[in-house]
Design a protein around this ligand. Structure first.
Ligand SMILES: [Zn+2]
Length: 230
């Protein structure tokens, strides 16, 4: 019995954690930056959210900034008008699984379904195939590279703990302003409904983001989408 338990734990470790560490360490097929100087690619995960994503789109439009949205399939299905708006306003779209589940707990077929289902949802709404993929929490499994051959996997160069209200209030603006802008890929979150996040966090993220964008534009920093960077 103990032997079986140890075997299951070893198999799980190889399938999930070890695969993630090795793939990310070897940098196989994964990008963390864009090849442009004095440039930032803003990316937003976990949406669309009916209130915060709309507010975010308004903010980006006001400042003429384009970004990339890694959307959760079921949220996209519930808010198709926001997906259409992202497309119409020149933002890029990527997959972030149909449900916000870690690849560590998905079977190979489960992972394939998460990708295909989300791609199908976006294709129904936008008419386009999606080629960008960011796995939730950056978690990969042994089969991730096999099933994502047609996708470009982009994680991030900077992550800011913006899913917590306290972190947003106390540190986010400082962290954004002091991050480098040499082809950086920032990940922020326009939905606080995911496991471990504070529901209200996007409200405070948006406040800091607006101040940061105004400051960055004054410093002539360019904002691009991951489509522009390909
Ligand atoms: Zn996520």
């Amino acid at each position: 019995m103990v032997g079986l338990l140890i075997l299951i734990m070893v198999v799980f470790f190889i399938y999930s954690i070890l695969s993630t560490v090795i793939i990310r360490w070897l940098n196989v097929k994964i990008s963390r930056r864009v090849p442009h100087e004095h440039t930032i690619a803003l990316t937003f995960d976990d949406g669309p959210h009916p209130f915060y994503t709309r507010a975010l789109l308004d903010l980006l439009k006001k400042h003429g900034v384009k970004a990339t949205f890694f959307v959760v399939g079921e949220n996209a299905e519930r808010n198709p008008e926001l997906i259409k708006r992202m497309q119409a306003e020149g933002h890029a779209l990527g997959l972030h699984h149909y449900r916000h589940v870690s690849s560590w707990f998905l079977s190979p077929i489960g992972l394939k379904n998460q990708l295909e289902r989300t791609n199908a949802v976006l294709k129904r709404i936008t008419g386009d195939e999606t080629y960008l993929y960011r796995p939730p929490w950056g978690h990969l499994n042994l089969f991730s590279l096999w099933f994502t051959k047609r996708y470009r996997i982009v994680i991030w160069s900077h992550i800011f703990k913006d899913w917590k209200v306290k972190e947003c209030k106390e540190h986010l603006l400082h962290r954004l302003k002091h991050a480098d802008s040499e082809g950086a890929v920032f990940v922020l979150h326009d939905n606080g409904a995911m496991l471990g996040a504070d529901e209200e966090a996007p409200r405070y993220m948006l406040e800091s983001l607006e101040t940061f964008i105004e400051d960055a534009l004054n410093r002539n920093i360019r904002f691009i989408t991951l489509d522009d960077a390909s």
